[in-house]
Write a protein that binds this ligand. Structure first.
Ligand code: FEO
Length: 171
């Protein structure tokens, strides 16, 4: 059995990851409507990854013999005025998620829950990649997004991203 607080934080993370999926789906829809199919693809893949993250937390809780309590997922309420806005919001959002993962890690550490810490190690590493990718998206857009030819090429590059399930996902 998990410590109550650790269990609560892990359960909350299920919701946070599904919210991330929802937010990125909203980004994807925005780009699709704007005709930027590459950016739409990139965030569609990202939404799929976030759903996988949620499933990993569910899977881990169930492996520990815990029940899951699913909460309502908030509606993404962002307004996008320029194409760069979702990119900046995505980078900001990933830092919030990193802080959430760190909080669970700190709680697990406090109660010597080494199993949960080991489970979270994958997410600690993943968050470093997620922040890096999100920052890259902002930097590239700042460098090249202002003229239409370069934006066309950037969008084509974003279209090449392909979904693959994280190796931790079972089934
Ligand atoms: Fe599940 Fe993008 O963090």
């Amino acid at each position: 059995m998990l410590n109550e607080k650790v269990k609560e934080l892990l359960n909350n993370q299920v919701n946070a990851e599904f919210y991330s999926a929802y937010l990125y789906l909203d980004f994807s829809n925005y780009y699709k409507d704007a005709g930027l199919d590459g950016y739409a693809n990139w965030y569609m893949v990202q939404a799929q990854e976030e759903r996988d993250h949620a499933m990993l937390f569910i899977q881990y809780l169930q492996q520990q013999g815990e029940s899951i309590s699913l909460g309502a997922i908030d509606k993404p309420d962002k307004e996008y005025k320029e194409f760069i806005d979702p990119l900046k919001m995505g980078a900001e959002h990933e830092r919030v998620v990193t802080a959430l993962i760190n909080d669970i890690y700190a709680e697990a550490f406090a109660v010597k829950d080494f199993r949960t810490m080991q489970f979270l190690d994958w997410f600690v590493k993943e968050q470093a990649e997620e922040e890096d990718n999100a920052d890259d998206n902002v930097t590239k857009f700042e460098l090249f997004g202002s003229d239409s030819k370069s934006l066309y090429e950037l969008d084509a590059e974003m279209k090449t991203r392909v979904y693959s399930a994280p190796s931790l996902v079972v089934g």
